[in-house]
Design a protein around this ligand. Structure first.
Ligand SMILES: Cc1cc2nc3c(=O)[nH]c(=O)nc-3n(C[C@H](O)[C@H](O)[C@H](O)COP(=O)(O)OP(=O)(O)OC[C@H]3O[C@@H](n4cnc5c(N)ncnc54)[C@H](O)[C@@H]3O)c2cc1C
Length: 329
């Protein structure tokens, strides 16, 4: 799919950007590195009439370190952070976390402000901002306001930002050198095994995940446990919708955290489709909180599992433990 058409403006000054956002409200969207917004446009999850490119507002690129802490301008890119030795000494946790963001191509373009505004719960910067009690500085038509990170994020992919506002910088309190810390990330590299079987014919499992490697590893496990089970993969909610029609799965494994997609909404939409109410849906997520669990069950999933996945648990949640045991004989 291609992005819907839009008009493009590239102001040099913060005030001009705010004036434009104030005038056009929800019709205008800020673009920084474009690493999240461009895929959303391509999937038509966003269709603003105007893109306001803030890339030329040089004051937003600033990185400052002093006794009051660290200030990262909204346009500070991941690579500016990971390559900054002074920053590494001033805030080792931040630099270590940012090294885990995506691939270097994305780290060359993606920005701190973009990540905070996008508010993907799987992203590193929002997690660091909340953990380290950062404050987000927001500018709008009424001037500036400073919002604690814990209040800035109001849910998955949602924030306290108003349509006429943009993020100017994030402030991290000074690093305590006596602090003991570690950063561990559970990357999506482990698969699991749905193995349904029904009335003597091969069963079908649809695996929905944006990472093809994970889909393949899940499919491989399925083949190991039950060679007769067919698998199909879908990389996002749209593809899943189409494959549900053509492949007619008996079970679905669905990643809740697909970039640019609300997995809860995908789950709800799939569940509402005619003929899908008897299909077992098992959601998987990197961040399994009580709230996540409640929401995804309300959206229609049968179960929700945290990553890294336990394949036996997944098979059990899919109601396939007996079949898997048969296949193992
Ligand atoms: C394949 C892939 C893998 C990725 N993996 C990771 C990962 O492992 N970890 C991770 O953290 N991120 C990951 N990302 C996301 C990446 O880090 C993006 O850089 C980031 O989410 C958004 O930053 P951006 O500058 O590109 O924002 P954009 O895409 O330009 O904008 C994103 C959103 O923020 C808004 N916005 C941007 N700047 C501002 C601002 N200053 N004020 C208000 N609103 C603003 C836009 O309107 C838009 O809604 C990945 C992206 C891709 C494509």
């Amino acid at each position: 799919m291609k992005a819907p058409s839009f008009d493009y403006v590239r102001p040099d000054r913060l005030e001009t950007a705010i004036e434009f956002l104030t005038e056009h409200g929800d019709d205008a969207k800020v673009i920084a590195g474009g690493q999240s917004l461009v895929p959303m446009l391509a999937f038509r999850l966003a269709a603003p009439r105007f893109l306001v490119d803030i890339g030329r507002i040089s004051e937003l690129r600033r990185i400052a370190i002093d006794t009051g802490g660290i200030r990262l301008g909204a346009l500070a890119r991941w690579r500016d952070i990971e390559r900054n030795e002074e920053l590494r000494r001033a805030h080792p946790l931040l630099v270590e976390a940012i090294r885990h963001v995506a691939h270097y191509q994305i780290r060359n373009r993606g920005t701190v402000g973009g990540s905070l505004a996008h508010a993907d719960p799987a992203a590193e910067m929002p997690g660091i901002a909340v953990t380290c009690e950062a404050k987000v500085v927001i500018a709008g038509r009424k001037g500036q306001r400073v919002v604690p990170a814990a209040e800035f994020f109001t849910g998955a992919l949602t924030t306290a930002l108003q349509p006429d506002e943009l993020i100017v910088e994030v402030r991290l309190p000074p690093w305590n050198p006596n602090r003991r810390w570690a950063f561990m990330e559970f990357a999506r590299r482990r698969g699991a095994t749905p193995v349904p079987r029904q009335s003597g014919r091969p069963d079908r499992v649809l695996v929905v995940d944006d990472d093809p490697q994970i889909c393949r590893s899940i499919a491989d496990m399925i083949r190991r446990h039950a060679p007769n089970v067919e698998t199909e993969i879908a990389r996002d909610g749209f593809e899943a919708g189409a494959k549900v029609e053509s492949f007619r799965p008996h079970a679905l494994v669905l990643d809740l955290m697909m970039p640019g997609m609300d997995g809860f909404e995908v789950c709800r939409k799939l569940r509402e489709r005619p003929g899908l109410n008897h299909v077992r849906i098992v959601a998987i997520t990197g961040f399994l909180s009580e709230d996540n669990l409640k929401r995804v069950l309300a959206a229609g999933a049968d179960a929700c599992l945290g990553k890294p996945l336990d394949s036996e648990r997944l098979v059990a949640e899919l109601g396939l433990a007996a079949q898997a045991a048969d296949a193992a004989k």
